[in-house]
Design a protein around this ligand. Structure first.
Ligand code: AMP
Ligand code: GLY
Length: 418
């Protein structure tokens, strides 16, 4: 098969690494890719937000299967353009991608199907939103209603903070015109990944990530500084509750509305007193959660993604190993604020890449014989083992073998579970 993966981060490196291991994969192209992905696939320079460009590329290269990594091409309808032209695609339609692109849409779906989530209200002007927050009190959560790269959410500890967040949204910081205000949910967060083919669902793993930039969960939020899988808090009983009360009702509701969900549903959950509620959905793999999932699933991932895209999940199962994976993100100093691009990363060639240790690239470029950092999150050092402690040791051994003074990482990834 000729396979095209859209994206160029650590998530796509992990997807490409796993898919490459499957004998069904003949030719693998990743667009745009990065300096790590070139070791497992061809990279192609392509505007992945352009339906026309992606379609033309898929036609010219006789692509049999397209896997869409990030949310932006999904929200732009790239999957629809490909499917309309007869391509087999992994990833939801533009309509179904609203589960990530619109907070209000997801809340309406939850209400319609009875999925447990935080109480909410939506406002299209600042004054009503401010009044509502004053009446509700704090803590309270303020969300811009759209894709904001994880930056549109404020968990406000005071009413004043919530008012500031509301004003920022209506001042156009995110180009948004509406705001969703939510009840604050206390508890522990975990992520659950489920393949859905429009009708049937198949769990492919749990993970926990670390959103704050600093050790001890301090400092500003990021796209994720590390993750591990499985998430011990998501017990089999809790997974059953989430499938029965949240995931299956959502998938049925989407189908009933004529927008069946096909792809991976990433359910962000809040767990308290043995009960899970939905925080949010994403309609793609998490980054860096994908790195730990791929490390555990390996080459079978291609068969699972194909079964999903072809509507065959009912007859499909996952081959689980009793293992653990953990990934540590190395970021450029300054991230998630301003950071410098172009520093040289040394030591990558000393690392051996195996099914137990992989350094996935997120923001790298090859230049003049060096690998240079060109993103905020730059590498995901990932280990697998029979225990989480083993996976942890293998991930940090990669970190410690690198010579990159301009980079940093958290030293406490996995602390809750270790
Ligand atoms: P979201 O983009 O909706 O996932 O929000 C980002 C983060 O904000 C989540 O991972 C949570 O840590 C936090 N958050 C969002 N909504 C709530 C809520 N209703 N209660 C508590 N924390 C929340
Ligand atoms: N790591 C969080 C995300 O991918 O949204």
């Amino acid at each position: 098969m000729n396979i095209l993966i859209l994206g160029g981060g650590g998530r796509e490196h992990a997807l490409a690494w796993a898919i490459r291991q499957n004998p069904k994969c003949d030719r693998l192209i990743v667009a745009p890719g990065n300096a790590g992905i070139v070791n497992v696939a061809e990279c192609a320079d392509l505007n992945i937000l352009s339906r026309a460009e992606v379609l033309e590329f898929a036609q010219e290269n006789a692509i049999d299967f397209v896997v869409i990594g990030p949310e932006a091409p999904l929200a732009a309808g790239v999957s629809d353009a490909l499917r309309d032209a007869g391509f087999l695609v992994f990833g939801p339609s533009q309509a179904a991608a609203q589960l990530e692109a619109s907070k209000a849409f997801t809340k309406e779906i939850c209400d319609a199907c009875g999925a447990p989530t935080a109480a909410w209200a939506r406002f299209t002007d600042a004054a009503s939103a401010r009044d509502y927050v004053s009446a509700q009190g704090a803590p309270i959560v303020v969300k811009a209603d759209g894709l904001a790269a994880g930056k549109g959410v404020t968990v406000a500890e005071t009413v004043d903070q919530a008012h500031v967040a509301i004003d920022a949204i209506f001042d156009g910081e995110f180009g948004e015109m509406s705001v969703v205000i939510e009840e604050f949910m206390a508890g522990e967060e975990a992520s659950f990944f489920i393949l859905c083919d429009g009708t049937d669902c198949l769990s492919i793993g749990t993970a926990q990530d670390h959103k704050r930039v600093g050790d001890g969960d301090t400092g500003p939020n990021t796209g994720g500084m590390g993750a591990y899988s499985p998430a011990p808090i998501l017990t089999p009983a809790l997974q059953d509750q989430v499938m029965a009360q949240i995931v299956r009702p959502t998938v049925a509701e989407m189908a009933a509305r004529g927008m069946p969900f096909q792809g991976v549903l990433y359910a962000g959950l809040m767990i308290q007193d043995g009960r899970a509620r939905l925080v949010e959905y994403n309609v793609r793999f998490g980054d860096p959660e994908c790195q730990v999932l791929m490390m555990r699933l390996g080459g079978q991932v291609l068969d699972l993604l194909l079964a999903c895209a072809e509507g065959r999940l009912a007859g499909t199962s996952v081959n689980w190993a009793d293992d653990h994976a953990l990934t540590v993100v190395m970021a450029a100093r300054g991230y998630p604020g301003a950071y410098r691009k172009g520093s040289i990363i040394k030591g990558l060639d000393t690392l051996s890449e195996t099914s137990f240790a992989m350094t996935f690239h997120a923001g790298t470029t090859a230049k003049d014989g060096h690998i240079i950092a060109t993103g905020g999150r730059v590498l995901a050092c990932t280990g697998r083992g029979a225990t989480l402690a083993e996976a942890h040791a293998r991930a940090y051994a990669q970190v410690d073998a690198l010579d990159w003074p301009e980079g940093f990482c958290r030293r406490d990834i996995g602390w809750r579970a270790l």
